[in-house]
Design a binder for this molecule. Structure first.
Ligand code: SF4
Length: 162
């Protein structure tokens, strides 16, 4: 499969992780794994990003941030949930303030397993995301809409602001 004719840029957001998965994401940037050799850049600007990488579970506060970042990213875009917390809430899923995984708020394209997720798994997830991104780009060019799972709950602004 031919991938996008540009370097894939990603934005990473730590929703409420223990930092375990975030350390592994940073490890992907170190000389040992060196994902930048593939042109993958970790950008801080959602408007420049193709891939949204999220760690940690969703709660009443960060769900607005997750939705805000997602909405600022240009189409086509893909979302990668890294670790079991981002996938389902993980070990924190029964906490009073945890709503669940990232797909409670935005559609997720790739789930990366692990607690913490290993760098090899994260890179594998990004490669899968690149394939989905290419499908979406082709569909957009052909005028076909790729089916997206609907967010389970609409984000609402809390009383008094976030
Ligand atoms: S999946 Fe494990 S390592 Fe990753 S944020 Fe959750 S508790 Fe931490």
């Amino acid at each position: 499969m031919a991938y996008l004719q540009k370097s894939p840029w990603l934005i990473h957001y730590d929703a409420s992780s223990c930092n375990g998965c975030d350390i592994e994401i940073l490890a992907c940037l170190t000389p040992m794994y060196d994902v930048e050799r593939f042109g993958i850049i970790n950008t801080g600007n959602p408007k420049h990003a193709d891939i949204f990488v999220v760690t940690g579970s969703v709660n009443e506060r960060n769900k607005y941030v997750i939705k805000n970042i997602y909405d600022q990213m240009p189409d086509p875009k893909v979302v990668v949930a890294v670790g079991v917390c981002a996938t389902s809430g993980g070990v924190f899923r029964e906490c009073y303030n945890v709503s669940g995984g990232v797909d409670m708020i935005i559609p997720v394209d790739v789930y990366v397993p692990g607690c913490a997720a290993r760098p090899e798994s994260i890179i594998d997830g990004i490669v899968k995301a690149l394939g989905i991104l290419e499908e979406k780009r082709t569909a957009a060019v052909m005028g076909v809409t790729r089916e997206q799972p609907a967010p389970a709950a609409p984000a609402e602004k809390p009383a008094g602001g976030a």
